[in-house]
Design a protein around this ligand. Structure first.
Ligand SMILES: Nc1ncnc2c1ncn2[C@@H]1O[C@H](COP(=O)(O)OP(=O)(O)OP(=O)(O)O)[C@@H](O)[C@H]1O
Ligand SMILES: O=P(O)(O)OC[C@@]1(O)O[C@H](CO)[C@@H](O)[C@@H]1O
Length: 309
């Protein structure tokens, strides 16, 4: 069974305007809400592929109920830890003229220490844990060290742990040696505290992280695809050109695609190509992580490989 853990889920409210005018009133021409947050996105994509998975994490209030209802409609099984305060709403502003997407990520509710322990106890008792995917930002009141406890617990129950977060949470969490991490290029730069100018430099940092005990480092690079480094294999997969409509949840779709392919027994190289196809498929549709199997199947044969060094 695949489990996703999102400590700080969100309703993703995607809104569209013709041409944003600052310091003025703008008319919204289209709006849609998605169940969001990084692990939740992974769960939605897995469900699109018919992959059995359970979404875990903290939800609360009316927005939490809406989020869970949306997920059930999306065919995602949930076993959330309920808190008394409202799940956050993130705004994604799509500007039709500039084709830009601007994110406003809310802080979210404060999570209490007793809620943290309820989640840990739940993870200690997860049935058939094959993969545990831990993704996204920490809620208010939760220290990065909580990610150590989560990763340690998921490893103790025998799961392969995938970890995808940013900043201090990533730095701290890494010391628990999750099996797989998926920073994007900016997150990797923040992790290693330096700008990385080209693929050899990115690969070098990924190798150093592997040497610290992480089995697989996936670095997503937007239109430049994804680099995969393990102790024995290195690949750079490149997507075909597509008409990009949205990039929100592309990385999460890649994580879902990668885990799905590994679970099906695909090689590391095939799993990477599938991850790139899944991320790129998401970019071709408006909305958060709208990753459809038919789009992924169409893109997959057109993913190419380039030399890492
Ligand atoms: N402009 C693009 N053109 C083609 N493919 C893209 C583009 N942007 C993203 N992708 C695909 O999606 C994958 C993940 O993208 P990206 O590096 O943007 O992830 P991310 O920053 O983690 O995204 P998010 O945090 O929104 O989920 C890329 O490896 C690539 O396959
Ligand atoms: O604030 P976080 O947890 O870092 O990111 C949250 C978020 O931006 O990530 C997803 C896209 O990756 C969206 O569904 C969601 O709104």
């Amino acid at each position: 069974m695949i489990y996703t853990i999102t400590l700080n889920p969100a309703l993703d409210r995607q809104i569209w305007v013709e041409d944003i005018k600052y310091d003025e009133s703008n008319r919204i021409i289209r709006e849609t809400t998605y169940a969001g947050g990084k692990g939740i996105d992974v769960s939605r994509v897995l469900a699109n592929f018919g992959a059995d998975n359970v979404a875990l994490g903290f939800v609360g209030g009316f927005s939490g109920e809406e989020l869970e209802g949306r997920l059930l409609n999306d065919g995602v099984r949930c076993n959330f830890t309920y808190i008394s305060t409202n799940t956050r709403t993130n705004i994604i502003l799509n500007d039709e003229k500039t084709k830009s997407q601007t994110l406003f990520n809310a802080m979210g509710p404060e999570v209490q220490p007793q809620d943290l322990m309820r989640l840990i106890k739940q993870i200690q008792n997860l049935p058939n844990p094959e993969y545990v995917i831990i993704s996204g930002s920490l809620p208010v009141g939760v220290q990065p060290a909580f990610y150590n406890k989560l990763i340690d617990t998921a490893k103790e129950i025998g799961a392969t742990v995938v970890f995808d977060t940013d900043g201090k949470a990533m730095k701290v969490g890494l010391s628990s040696k999750p099996h797989i991490i998926k920073p994007n290029i900016h997150e990797l730069e923040r992790l290693v505290d330096k700008k990385l100018k080209d693929i050899p430099e990115i690969a070098q940092e990924a190798r150093s992280i592997c040497k610290k005990g992480i089995n697989i480092v996936l670095v997503s690079m937007g239109a430049n695809g994804m680099l995969c480094v393990s102790s024995t294999e290195e690949y750079w997969a490149f997507p075909p050109p597509v008409n990009v409509q949205n990039t929100i949840g592309a990385g999460d779709s890649s994580v879902a695609g990668f885990v799905l392919a590994l679970k099906e027994g695909k090689s590391l190289k095939e799993a990477l190509a599938f991850a790139v196809a899944a991320g790129t498929a998401t970019t071709t549709r408006p909305g958060t992580a709208v990753c459809l199997p038919e789009d992924v199947e169409a893109i997959y044969p057109n993913v190419t490989f380039r030399d890492v060094v």
